[in-house]
Design a protein around this ligand. Structure first.
Ligand code: PLP
Length: 450
């Protein structure tokens, strides 16, 4: 049963007091947001009692689904034992230490140090400061430019909006110096006439061109999502990351993976860089770290970077009151243990991931409105296109996809649109029948869009 709330009253109070993320407020207030009141597994209910299958794990975070009692109890138990302490001023606490022991047990042996934050944005803001600090310690303070990708998303703070490649975000707060961008590896949109592999090399080599243009002695790092999420859900061609890694090593540029949505089993490997076969120097994490039950993020450093900061760095001039919060750490421990011990990551790799990818291809490969189906594990995108053979996109593809998303709500499924693509990233605990429902309802929404 859903809690009984008065939808209209909530909507009007919401309109009176809230400015929502990434939406036109007037338009939203005219339509009225759905008031989500309850969640169980992959299901959500709104204030009118309508059920939705959540195909997006909230905002790419509820990996274990909604309503896990063990995660709730881990938080409650920790609140009773020690509700708060921190890693400032000569103190630490058991939960954050236990979390790191667990985390470095699942991470590749290349990594050794973690700094905890409260969100993905904070993890990436910290990344910007940390890579610049690293080069200062190495006696190369002029190495401070970070290169990101157009349409990349790394968060909503001033620094992360500058690092990300969304021009409307940069316009809002003003752009910062010492950031640069290269194109995204979006073969369907930009690679017509080239094989996917040729395009993959060309897209990666843009990095070399940019480094040479700026001067390798000025470039600190290249930062990117293993697959691009919010800016269009773009999966790179198979040869892309190896070439990026070669270029970074050649010019002594740090390679930094934003694993905020690709970490913790989304692709069937624990981390996205393992799935795509490259070895970053840093990993930014959040979301799947706690399955979204409580805010927590972090920056993971390689031995080389961690040890340099410790041995030669002196005071590390960064910290936040809630970084490494004991309650968040307790939830993260319960979450990682559940992902590991209940076998969800393996299941994505060997069972549910291949099942979803096959089903999507069977359903949409020959659909007249769809030009491309892409995905790995439990994350996928379908591209609206006017002509699949020539890779011709609809001029109003953003509107088409946005409309499809609204129709999805009517059909009882939550899927998201980015550019001309419908995207999905269901919880890692999805069953075959839930994936059937997700694809069936998505197809109905796409059919009705046409
Ligand atoms: N990095 C990536 C790749 C993301 O997708 C997001 C959010 O969706 C962020 C960073 C920002 O995380 P947060 O919203 O927790 O600040």
């Amino acid at each position: 049963m859903t809690a009984s709330v008065n939808t209209k009253a909530y909507q009007s109070l919401d309109a009176a007091h809230h400015i929502h993320a990434f939406l036109d407020q007037k338009q939203l207030n005219a339509e009225g947001p759905r008031v989500i009141t309850r969640g169980e597994g992959l299901n959500l209910w709104d204030s009118d009692g309508k059920r939705y299958l959540d195909g997006m794990s909230g905002l790419w975070c509820t990996y274990l689904g909604y309503g896990r009692k063990d995660l709730n109890q881990a938080a409650f138990k920790q609140m009773e034992e020690l509700v708060y302490y921190n890693l400032f001023f000569h103190t630490t606490h058991p939960r954050v230490i236990e979390l790191s022991e667990l985390l470095f047990g699942i991470l590749p042996s290349k990594y050794s140090h973690a700094i905890y934050t409260n969100s993905g944005s904070e993890s990436n803001e910290l990344l910007i400061r940390t890579v610049r600090r690293y080069w200062q310690i190495q006696g190369k303070p002029e190495k401070k430019i970070l290169i990101g990708r157009w349409n990349g998303y790394h968060g909503s703070t001033l620094g992360t909006a500058a690092l990300g490649g969304m021009d409307f975000m940069q316009a809002m707060g003003g752009m910062l110096p010492d950031f640069a961008h290269i194109g995204e590896p979006y073969w369907f949109a930009q690679g017509a006439g080239l094989s996917e592999q040729d395009f993959g090399l060309k897209a990666a080599q843009e990095l070399e061109i940019k480094i040479l243009e700026l001067g390798a002695d000025k470039v600190a790092a290249f930062v990117a999502e293993p697959f691009q999420g919010a800016g269009g859900m773009i999966f790179p061609p198979a040869n892309y990351w190896a070439e990026i890694q070669r270029i970074c090593r050649k010019y002594d540029v740090l390679l930094c993976a934003d694993e905020v949505i690709s970490g913790f089993g989304r692709t069937g490997e624990w981390f996205g860089h393992q799935h795509f076969g490259f070895e970053p120097d840093t990993l930014s994490i959040a979301k799947g770290l706690t399955s979204g039950y409580i805010p927590m993020g972090g920056l993971i450093l390689s031995h080389k970077m961690g040890e340099t900061l410790v041995e030669k760095g002196g005071v590390f001039a960064h910290g936040s009151t809630y970084g490494g919060h004991p309650v968040a750490a307790a939830v993260a421990i319960a979450n990682i243990k559940a992902l590991r011990d209940e076998g969800w990551v393996d299941r994505v790799k060997n069972d549910t991931g291949p099942y979803l990818q096959k089903l999507l291809r069977e359903t949409f490969d020959n659909h007249p409105l769809i030009g491309q189906v892409q995905g790995h594990g439990l994350v996928a995108a379908i591209q609206f296109a006017q002509d699949k053979a020539t890779q011709k996109r609809f001029a109003n593809e953003n509107d088409i996809a946005w409309h499809c998303r609204s129709v999805g709500f009517e059909e009882g499924v939550i899927i998201r649109s980015t550019l001309g693509r419908m995207i999905m990233a269901p919880a890692l605990v999805a069953t075959h029948s839930e994936l059937d429902e997700l694809v069936e309802k998505t197809k109905r929404a796409v059919d009705r869009t046409g």
